[in-house]
Ligand binder design. Structure first.
Ligand SMILES: [Fe+2]
Length: 122
């Protein structure tokens, strides 16, 4: 189970460095993942249909937050973007080996590389 040293236990009286911000974002992402896990478990555990629907909706919003934070990390640290691309490339190779086609949502390439390509075109 992940355990992080909390870089901030509350508000601090100074602005943080980029390195500290990246560390904070890692904790933020972990917090979002934990929230996703809890909301998902709770939505599946209840027999109340409205509670299940609301909790599942909140879970999905937390997933969006992970996407926002990951995009911010890629923006702040190009090395993160490169490493994410490397990981994605490794999975794509495995997908090709297994005959699995490209991951798309609504016909759009949603890979990390697709976002970076889009940024380069701007
Ligand atoms: Fe969130």
């Amino acid at each position: 189970m992940p355990s992080f040293v909390n870089p901030f236990s509350g508000n601090i009286d100074r602005k943080i460095s980029k390195t500290e911000l990246l560390q904070a974002l890692r904790v933020d992402i972990a917090s979002e993942l934990e929230a996703i896990y809890l909301y998902d478990a709770h939505s599946h555990a209840t027999e109340d249909p409205l509670a299940a629907k609301v909790l599942a909706d909140i879970r999905d919003e937390e997933i969006e937050h992970v996407g926002e934070l990951m995009a911010l990390m890629r923006y702040l640290d190009p090395r993160v973007a490169d490493l994410l691309l490397e990981g994605e490339g490794e999975v794509k190779e495995m997908m090709e080996d297994l005959g699995i086609s490209q991951i798309t949502i609504r016909g759009v390439d949603t890979s990390v590389g697709s976002l970076i390509k889009g940024e380069e075109e701007d």
